[in-house]
Design a protein around this ligand. Structure first.
Ligand code: ATP
Ligand code: MG
Length: 355
């Protein structure tokens, strides 16, 4: 049996509530599988930790995390602490230090979830968005000249490297090879006349090694519209940091919203731990009331299983989530009247029934 060391960072607000529930479900999956066990160590790094210590994590935090194979994060954020503190004090350092250059989000309409789009049935929206996670438009390069004056000029640079662009596009092709052999790239080479022609060039060049894979490029504006008008036509979508940011939120919106959406920050070479976190934040408005939807965190756990090659286990878990939704066991954000615990209990029951 494989023992996989996992660092838990439950964080703030509903983070600890949903992480505890996801752990219960993952333990049940591990029992049924017999092939692996997650060995957890929990860290209280959070905005509460920040208020007590003046930093989000200890100085040797990254060094500590290095010894784990994965980081399972709830959410960080607490209204009195500005957002940039949790971002720059915890999330970004982890993503950078561990070279998590792929941000992956499934855009999949689960059975039992209604899409705001008419005329799509479950199973018809099922693709992934690969977002470049380290460079591009979010480069922290630029500046303001003659600030506050009528002559003010502001520059925000985007930085694309060949190394960074090639590796994320190659990852997208590798995913497509094990999926439905189709990669769609988001571009805007008509308006952004340095970065995007380069992105397209790299896309075509990497794509030459994958002649069996269908390859398409769309301008980001058209692609966003296609997410709405023909979401059935995608398999793997690859995008730069900014375009991916926008597309992943749109993808979440057409597949049932923030309470269920999972995400992963991946170092594909597995030289460093990858980080798995739901799309939602700490949701202070509903924290402590026992009504947070645990599915975002639990589905995130399924992505972690996939990362370790535990495909059958991940599939089993998704099946149990769908069965639970079809049984109508839902939290208020999905129009239901069940609690966080009801949903988890039901998922575990469904799993147990298949044992
Ligand atoms: P952050 O700034 O931490 O990224 P945010 O404040 O932009 O997050 P969330 O904390 O995700 O956003 O909350 C947005 C809204 O969605 C809130 O009304 C919150 O209650 C709701 N929400 C978020 N996650 C869940 C969940 N798991 N279950 C139910 N409702 C949720
Ligand atoms: Mg917030």
């Amino acid at each position: 049996m494989r023992i996989i060391p996992v660092a838990l960072i439950p964080g703030d607000g509903i983070g600890p509530e949903v992480v505890a529930e996801a752990q219960r479900v993952l333990d049940q999956v591990a029992r049924m599988s017999g092939r692996f066990r997650f060995q957890y160590r929990s860290f209280d790094w959070s905005c509460q930790y920040y208020l007590a210590h003046g930093k989000m994590m200890p100085d040797d935090g990254l060094k500590i995390l290095q010894d784990f194979e994965a980081i399972f994060l709830g959410a960080v954020g607490f209204p009195p602490v500005p957002d940039h503190v949790s971002l720059w004090g915890l999330l970004l350092p982890i993503r950078r230090e561990f070279d998590q250059y792929v941000n992956l989000r499934p855009v999949k309409l689960l059975r039992g979830i209604e899409s705001p789009l008419r005329e799509v049935a479950p199973g018809e929206i099922d693709f992934i968005v690969i977002r470049e996670n380290t460079e591009g438009e979010y480069s922290n390069s630029g500046g303001r000249l003659r600030q506050g004056t009528p002559q003010e000029v502001v520059v925000q640079n985007a930085v694309f490297t060949r190394y960074g662009t090639e590796r994320v596009i190659r990852y997208a092709f590798e995913r497509a090879v094990h999926s439905r052999q189709h990669v769609t790239s988001a571009t805007k080479s008509n308006g952004l006349n340095f970065s995007m022609p380069f992105w397209d060039e790299v896309f075509r060049s990497v794509g030459q090694a994958y002649p069996q894979v269908k390859q398409e490029l769309y301008h980001i504006d058209a692609l966003a519209a296609y997410f709405v008008t023909r979401p059935k036509s995608f398999d793997v979508v690859v995008a730069s940091n900014l375009f991916g940011d926008i597309l992943t939120d749109l993808g979440g919106a057409i597949t049932g919203g923030i309470g269920i959406a999972p995400s992963a920050n991946i170092n594909p070479e597995k030289r460093y731990p990858s980080m798995f976190e739901p799309v939602h934040g700490s949701a202070p408005d509903i924290a402590g009331r026992g009504i947070a939807n645990p599915i975002g965190q639990i589905w995130t756990g399924a992505l972690m299983l996939e990362h370790f090659g535990l495909m059958a286990e991940a599939e089993l878990l998704i099946d149990a989530i769908e069965a639970t939704l079809l049984d109508g066991v839902k939290t208020p954000d999905l129009g239901g009247r069940h609690t966080t615990r009801d949903v988890t209990d039901h998922i575990i029951q469904r799993l147990t029934a298949w044992e």
